[in-house]
Ligand binder design. Structure first.
Ligand code: CUA
Length: 314
């Protein structure tokens, strides 16, 4: 059945994925078999009782067949009850996280995913989890309804404003697993993605302490580019001068920017830093004050990176 699974489904990344696939494939195969059986009988009997010659065939008068009717009622009912119990068992399993699960807070907002870990570490666009440990996500939204979806873990749950919803999973496959937003939430809905990094427990602890080791060695402008691509900036700010939800970053460094209150401000390191942490205090003219704050979501070095990156966009 494995070849069929890998042909029809994304890779399996969690213990739950195997359960889901087994139920799903079993139902699919059962449906296929029933379809073939019914189609074969219909065609076979149509052929067998076709009109032959000019002799009109008289249909015999049959009222019922108790044994046959009981058979075609009881067997499907038993199959349906069996499928229900099997599916319900999996549903309960997916609904109740284990007591010792690692708890991570997830916030969805237009248009990024932010994560907060038990020790206070935060990340945007990258969820880090240890291999083999149950992880529980406590999720909410800062604006509209989003939906947190990891296909390879076979889990999906709406993320709502003013309310918490939960998901849990136990990752079994190390590596990167794609996260999608599965609820249409506006212009950049389809860009609202994140990556789940399943690391060894040691690597996970190290990441919690120090962040990405490669990032510490990178030049600032490259860090800024990474932040731009992965933390949601690119959804609204272009780097080629084209107009988006927010002003383009191209060529703004060192310019005077008119603000919506009529004043002007020099685009320097302080203005950029301020716009990242307190985005709606100085809004460029012609744009809506819709940017979420990145207060506490970016490391100091990442903010410096963004400043250097914008500086480099001549
Ligand atoms: Cu968030 Cu679609």
């Amino acid at each position: 059945m494995d070849w069929l699974r890998s042909w029809m489904m994304p890779a399996q990344g969690s213990a739950y994925a195997r359960q889901v696939d087994t139920v799903y494939l079993s139902i699919t195969i059962l449906c296929a078999l029933l379809f073939l059986m019914i189609a074969a009988m219909a065609l076979g009997w149509a052929w067998k009782y076709r009109q032959r010659g000019d002799v009109p065939l008289k249909t015999p008068y049959i009222t019922h067949n108790l044994a046959l009717e009981l058979t075609w009622s009881i067997i499907p009912v038993l199959i349906c009850i069996g499928l229900f119990i099997w599916g319900f068992h999996g549903y309960m399993n997916a609904s109740i996280p284990p007591q010792d699960a690692l708890e991570i807070q997830v916030t969805g907002k237009k248009w990024l995913w932010a994560f907060e870990y038990p020790n206070g570490t935060r990340s945007i666009g990258d969820l880090h989890v240890p291999l083999g440990k149950p992880v529980k996500l406590v999720m909410s939204s800062e604006d509209v309804i989003h939906s947190f979806f990891i296909p390879s873990f076979r889990i999906k749950q709406d993320v709502l404003p003013n309310r918490y919803t939960e998901l849990w999973f136990q990752p079994t496959e190390p590596g990167v697993h794609q996260v999608f937003c599965a609820e249409y939430c506006g212009k950049s809905h389809s860009d609202m993605m994140a990556r789940t990094h399943v690391d060894s427990p040691e690597k996970y602890e190290e990441w919690l302490e120090n962040g990405d080791p490669e990032m510490q060695k990178m030049p600032l402008a490259e860090i800024g580019k990474l932040v731009y691509d992965n933390r949601g900036c690119a959804q609204c700010h272009s780097v080629d001068g084209s107009r988006g939800q927010g002003p383009s970053f191209k060529g703004i460094w060192g310019q005077q920017q008119r603000l919506s209150d009529g004043s002007t401000v020099l685009v320097d390191a302080n203005y950029i830093r301020d716009s990242v942490l307190n985005p709606n205090s100085k809004v460029a003219i012609g744009f809506e004050p819709v940017m979420p704050t990145f207060q506490g979501l970016l490391r100091e070095r990442e903010i410096l990176g963004v400043i250097e990156y914008i500086k480099s966009l001549k």
